[in-house]
Design a protein around this ligand. Structure first.
Ligand SMILES: Nc1nc2c(ncn2[C@@H]2O[C@H](COP(=O)(O)OP(=O)(O)O)[C@@H](O)[C@H]2O)c(=O)[nH]1
Ligand SMILES: [Mg+2]
Length: 312
């Protein structure tokens, strides 16, 4: 597909064209990526979308939770949902992607939902960067609610917070952040903390865990938006707490769109991604020097521009 075909396809709601464009965005070949970037800029920024991050350790129930909140949201005929799941483990085995698909049965089959696993490719810092382009393409295709599933254990994954308007952390009953394998920093980014699997024998423990987190979060400094993170319990399997999630998420949305907070935050995020691009460019340049450095040190003759800063 060429640029015009991609644009036409995406504009007319053809999900094949959307998938194709996302694949181009994930490519390591600059000309393919550029094609995707041109398609994105054709559509321009979509300011009225709601971007929601769902982060947590593997097995916390993120995909099941997304199936539940997505299904409920789609009862509103004006809603369209794109789910982007970033799962580092799936790159090797493809196992969890299949797992995710089966956990999102209803969403996968729904005409107003689009589900796509994203991969990092071999791009430097590619994970979140590719997801960002995929997100922009989904928005261009008219999806007004973007749900991004990510595993929140490593450094790179916390970048998802730089993509979203609302950051949700999914935990399980019992255990502190360390036990749940979550980095402390992520806790501080959360706008809503969900203690999932609050069912059966674990329900009581879930309520206790929610209380503990709620107390801990009240001790943290308020964010610039004067939003105190909400802690709720849910059972994604039994459809409990799903309506409460949306209640909080819509409260939050009202709060951020009533002032210019959302616009400001998206601008700050843009700044972040621009800086990151510059950083990646410079790092790529550094890599190019590597051979010259090794050779120069071995022969005692470093390239002029390096040597002049080292030997004074
Ligand atoms: N009991 C219980 N199990 C759940 C719940 N949500 C998810 N699970 C189970 O936890 C496992 C992992 O779920 P999944 O959604 O794939 O987790 P993810 O890795 O965070 O996406 C699956 O076996 C789910 O059926 C829940 O609310 N209650
Ligand atoms: Mg999952």
């Amino acid at each position: 597909m060429n640029k015009e075909e991609l644009i036409q396809g995406i504009a007319s709601g053809d999900s094949r064209a959307l998938s194709k464009a996302i694949t181009l965005a994930e490519s390591t070949r600059p000309e393919k990526r550029n094609l995707a970037l041109e398609v994105i800029s054709h559509f321009g920024p979509q300011n009225n979308t709601y971007r929601i991050g769902i982060t947590g350790t593997p097995g916390a129930g993120k995909s099941t939770f997304i199936e539940a909140i997505g299904t409920l949201l789609l009862e509103d005929p004006d809603r369209t949902i794109a789910v982007l799941s970033i799962d580092p483990s799936s790159e090797k085995t493809h196992g969890s992607i299949l797992g995710d698909k089966t956990r999102m049965n209803k969403l996968s089959a729904h005409s107003r939902a689009y589900i796509r696993p994203t991969s990092s490719g071999s791009q430097l810092g590619g994970l979140a960067k590719n997801t960002r382009l995929a997100m922009l393409l989904c928005e261009a295709a008219g999806y007004n609610t973007i749900l991004i599933e990510s595993v929140g254990v490593g450094q790179g994954e916390t970048e998802v917070a730089q993509l979203t308007d609302l950051f949700t952390l999914v935990l399980n009953p019992g255990g502190g952040d360390e036990l749940q394998g979550i980095k402390r920093g992520i806790m501080e980014m959360a706008d809503i903390v969900v203690i999932n699997k609050a069912d059966g024998d674990a329900e009581r423990q879930a309520n206790l865990t929610a209380k503990e987190y709620s107390m801990a979060l009240h001790l943290m400094p308020e964010n610039e938006n004067k939003w105190i993170p909400k802690v709720i319990t849910s059972s994604a399997l039994q459809d409990k707490g799903i309506d409460t999630f949306w209640e909080k998420a819509f409260d939050f949305e009202k709060r951020i769109t009533s002032g210019d907070w959302k616009a400001t935050r998206r601008k700050e995020q843009m700044h972040y991604w621009t800086r990151k691009s510059v950083q990646d460019l410079l790092l790529a340049k550094l890599d190019k020097y590597e051979e010259a450095i090794v050779k120069g040190l071995a022969t005692g003759k470093l390239p002029e521009e390096i040597a002049k800063d080292l030997v004074k």
